[in-house]
Write a new protein. Structure first.
Length: 358
């Protein structure tokens, strides 16, 4: 594939995004579980001009795109935005993007889309999210493909979370590269090296869609009224209160919730979502046929993004929301919970946390 080039200045976008702090994105019980906010310096403002507005690529018609389908759209390089959300640095200090990426993609590390360490699931403030989306050259009608590593089902959660964030912000045409860069490489497609392309800054302004975002107050109303489905996407040990996220004050789950581990949508040790027929079968087996308002949550809105993506985008169920701050926010605010273990057990968890074994 020819190197994809975008349309104008500045290269400052590349530098700003590549400086994002490397933070892990998987949710686990260890302190490294929740991504914290990035510490990268903000890029200098870049004014939008009429000449920087490129014609739009064809819309993305499905929420998942295969490597072959993405490669076939190489001719749309100037108008199809591919964002590489892989995070971290290796022992040599290089980012995954620097090690190799899809030609024409721009780096947008996952940590840039997340909240602080004390509340990793929180959305960035609107002004910061607007700045990030503008720097990536994304407008409401820009087709955007989200690329992740593809290492595991948990890794898929990072792509689903960024997809949800962009959709909630008002971006209309989105897809995830199913299987991520690993699937791209496995298909024999080339990877590029070197600096990211310069892209023209957009004039997009984030306006969060309340139909996609569940607030703590809304969750509280659902708990009190025993209305709708509160869907816990975490592995069972979190749901039953055997362990907790390090930033959560209390083990257990939101009162009245059901548990469907986000990993059910994947083959073992796979980072690619099952095909639609298999997803439909799993949904039936899990009793997730839809027909009621649903709020997906987990520890920090990472695993929950996968359940939201499957129900809302793949299966097309209406009225599915994501509670971005999830259990960390709910437990720290004193929300009603089920499966809370004894004080003695919680003390034991605190000891494990203090010794780095949680």
């Amino acid at each position: 594939m020819n190197t994809l080039r975008a349309v104008l200045r500045p290269a400052a976008l590349a530098a700003a995004l590549l400086l994002a702090a490397p933070l892990p994105h998987a949710q686990t019980a260890a302190p490294a579980a929740g991504p914290a906010s990035a510490t990268a310096p903000a890029a200098a403002p870049m004014p939008q001009t009429a000449s920087s507005i490129a014609p739009q690529a064809a819309p993305l018609t499905t929420p998942l795109i295969t490597p072959q389908q993405l490669a076939a759209r190489a001719a749309e390089a100037a108008t199809l935005r591919i964002i590489d959300i892989r995070d971290g640095r290796d022992e040599e200090g290089k980012t995954p993007y620097e090690r190799g990426h899809i030609a024409g993609s721009v780096p947008a590390p996952y940590s840039r889309w997340r909240g602080p360490a004390a509340n990793p699931g929180a959305l960035p403030p609107n002004e910061k999210l607007t700045e990030l989306v503008q720097l990536l050259g994304i407008g409401a009608d820009t087709p955007v493909v989200v690329v992740y590593e593809g290492a595991s089902s948990s890794d898929f959660g990072s792509a689903a979370r960024v997809y949800w964030t962009l959709k909630a912000a008002g971006v209309k045409h989105l897809a995830i590269l199913n299987g991520g860069l690993r699937a791209w490489r496995s298909a024999g497609l080339p990877v590029a090296s070197g600096a990211p392309p310069a892209v023209a800054r957009s004039s997009f302004t984030v306006q969060l869609d309340p139909k996609l975002v569940a607030t703590r107050a809304e969750v509280g109303q659902a708990v009190q009224a025993q209305r709708g489905l509160l869907l816990d996407a975490r592995p069972a040990r979190f749901f039953t209160g055997e362990t907790r996220h390090v930033a959560a004050s209390t083990p257990g789950t939101i009162a009245g919730a059901r548990n469907v581990d986000n990993a059910v949508w994947f083959a073992p040790r796979s980072g690619a979502l099952l095909d639609t027929a298999q997803v439909q079968k799993v949904a039936q087996e899990q009793g997730l046929a839809g027909g009621q308002p649903t709020v997906s949550f987990c520890n920090t809105g990472h695993w929950a993004a996968t359940n939201w993506f499957v129900l809302s985008e793949v299966l097309g169920q209406p009225d599915v929301k994501l509670y971005p701050e999830s259990i960390v926010d709910w437990s720290n605010s004193g929300g009603a919970m089920d499966n809370v273990p004894s004080r003695l057990y919680q003390f034991w968890l605190q000891i494990k946390e203090a010794t780095g074994n949680l």
